[in-house]
Design a protein around this ligand. Structure first.
Ligand SMILES: [Zn+2]
Length: 364
């Protein structure tokens, strides 16, 4: 089965999160034609579904999203036309990641194996009513697979060069210190909140959170803003707010980092108000037999042994990692979220061949 027509049909649906615009109905129909049982799992205003076809071997799940980010302006082709020019397929989602879904469906059509698909319409949005909720349903229905491949674009320069086996976590903190306003000539009558906050921030900025691990870069902290908004040069302000962002590896958690920030603030500004937002904990699937199978299948088709990395932003794999081993593998991510997002048609067909080899190796 050629993945191109299905990829084009999906690209023609303007499914900007949270809209579905018919994308999942097209996909579900294609899967039903191939003998998959499809269970639609809408949560809130988000469409999702789970599809499964029984077969030999280990249970392999493919996870993907049919939603896309807004196209923006100045495309040379309509971003929702699925246009092909000079053997490139154009459209919002051509790279991230409607094409990878089409590639997996085409691969499953040609290859027996116990295969399921977890499809969400909420990856580029809040990710609340998507993958996390479908996984809860899958756990309740005893449908957690032995291994999951997420079809995000992971490759750098050549198809096959990179698998993502984990991601760093991201934590943002907003720290507000309130003091007592006063005249700069009479500081003894005031309490300068900036003087309390700065030493605490200085300690955080120079602190080495860790030295990295075998699979992760060292965790990093960046102070992103310090706001006072004081127009006067003779007034000690009443308050100051700072924000920082920490990208952390699996030596830390939201809880451990929150405790650490509180500990540093305590001697300087114990009255500080702290707001934490963690958009995802760090996660890692340790290399094991499943990861070996995935790597070997990729190498068998491309001749490249993929690097196993944990770089980049977060993805829905963070939810899946709580249930089963998971890796991300897809196209070259060069044009994701960009104007004129596109993929060489050849690359789409090669990805199909790789996914076929993956299904084969898990079916053995
Ligand atoms: Zn994506």
């Amino acid at each position: 089965m050629d993945p191109l027509p299905l990829a084009q049909s999906l690209l023609r649906c303007p499914s900007v999160t949270p809209e579905d615009a018919g994308a999942q109905a097209i996909l579900a129909a294609a899967l039903q034609d191939l003998g998959f049982t499809v269970t639609h799992l809408p949560f809130g205003n988000i469409k999702n579904f789970y599809a499964e076809r029984a077969g030999p071997g280990a249970k392999l799940c493919f996870a993907g999203h049919t939603d896309v980010v807004p196209p923006g302006e100045n495309w040379k082709h309509d971003p929702f036309a699925g246009a092909v020019e000079n053997d490139f397929l154009f459209g919002r989602g051509a790279c991230d990641m409607k094409t990878a879904i089409a590639a997996f469906v085409a691969a499953a059509a040609a290859t027996p194996g116990h295969v399921s698909l977890l499809i969400t319409g909420d990856e580029e949005g809040e990710a609340i009513n998507g993958t996390a909720r479908v996984l809860e349903w899958m756990a309740a229905e005893k449908k957690i697979p032995d291994f999951c491949v997420v079809g995000e674009p992971t490759c750098q320069a050549r198809l096959g060069d990179t698998i993502k086996i984990g991601r760093r976590g991201s934590l943002s903190a907003t720290i507000t210190v309130t003091g007592r306003q006063g005249h700069t000539a009479y500081p003894q009558k005031a309490d300068n909140p900036i003087h309390r906050l700065i030493p605490a921030l200085a300690e955080m900025a120079v602190h080495r959170l860790d030295a990295g691990t075998e699979w992760f870069e060292p965790s990093t902290l960046q102070i992103t803003t310090i706001d006072v908004g004081n127009p006067a040069s003779n007034v000690i302000p009443a308050g100051v707010t700072a924000k920082l962002n920490i990208r952390f590896n699996n030596l830390h958690t939201e809880a451990s980092l929150s405790d650490w920030i509180i500990e540093i603030l305590a001697p300087h500004a114990s009255m500080a108000e702290l707001k934490i937002h963690c958009s995802g904990e760090a996660f890692l699937t340790q290399p094991g037999p499943e990861m070996e199978k995935l790597s070997a299948a990729i190498a068998g088709v491309t001749g490249i042994t993929p690097a196993q990395t944990t770089g980049g932003g977060t993805s829905d794999a963070r939810f899946i990692a709580r249930y089963c081993p998971v890796a991300e593998f897809g196209l070259i991510g060069a044009t994701m979220h960009q104007t004129d997002e596109c993929v060489p048609v050849d690359e789409l067909r090669n990805l199909t061949a790789i996914y076929q080899a993956v299904i084969q190796s898990f079916a053995r």
